[in-house]
Write a new protein. Sequence first.
Length: 420
Amino acid sequence: MAQVAAKVSTKQAAPALRRLPVWRWEAKTRGGDVRSGEMEAGDGEAVRARLSQMGLEPTKVKKKPKEIQIRIPGVGGVKTKDILVFTRQFSVMIDAGLPLVQGLDIIASQADNAEFRRVLTDVKVRVEAGSTFADALAQHPAAFDELFVQLVRAGEIGGILDTILQRLGAYIEKNEKLKRRVKGAMVYPSIVLTVAVGVTAVLLIFVTPTFEKLFKDFGGAMPAPTQFLIDLSHSFRNNWYIIFGVPFGLFTALRLWRRTPRGRELWDSFVLKVPVIGPLIRKIAVARFTRTLGTMLSSGVPILDALDIVAKSAGNKVIERSIRYTRTKIAEGKNIAGPLAETKVFPAMVVQMIGVGEATGAMDQMLTKIADFYDDEVDVGVAALTSMIEPIMMVFLGGVVGGFLVAMYLPIFSIAGNIK
């Protein structure tokens, strides 16, 4: 009861710690070495007292000036790269026997990202106040998600925190590689589409009116393609706010609709059925599901807790629903392969391999093998999608420019024929 009360009081008092001023200190060890760092406390005397408790002789304690932070939406914040570097460095420090607080202090002082430095400093203060490392991380869900916190908690309980952090680092790195592959496949089509829209706007706004004036001076009826392009230019120049506003409004309405539970489920179900893109998204989901579940099971997280966390990070409501259904059936006493097969979301090969892993007692290893296989499948799918999109976009861009040239030169050919 005393331990529970201590934890509760720590959690209740923790928010107040964040409001305390930060003090920069320098101190000497008993061996004469000079140490420095930062600490949150009510006043300088509290800092000196805490340093003395740590076996240090304070030589300088100075209040840190407040930093002026200008937050721009979408800019700054803790990035995945910061988390990855922290996980790698901290695992090495823990493996070398460095205390938690000292390791956090060293990494926080070296962090380039000001927001991440603030987060690590707060985590260090909470750990110093008696909180567990996992509970301190859980106070910053924007930086450390539930998967990270649960794995750290399992590592603390099992006394294998350094091993867990190494696994987390490998998981984050492979997950980021998967994201970069998918994003990289969309860069080229996005650039070509942007260029096509820009070229079309320039032709309609600046080039077409020049040709229109030239053709009117010669007189005569315009060919149908040329007249269509001139009318389109007039509409674009006179109603540009509608032409740009309608797509923007539809896009905004689609995003708002997708945020509703029903809209998100219908959209995710539709995406999985889209040719070429649907199978690729399914492979990405399978790779993420198997790697996350395998990492958690190998770290000692119970399967029901692991499936709950995996469902939250699925990224697709249809897949999330199938994972939650599987979790419910496992809680009723069934194995994992049967309910997965009933959902008909995961490929039969994946279900069979998971069943074999469950029967042999090596499901975490089997899940890792499945994840590696589907990582390669995603590579192949992304390459196929890119090779298919490239010619389509080039034909589209060529068609836009070529159609404009034909429509503009038809009257010139007609005028030349009349002159002859």
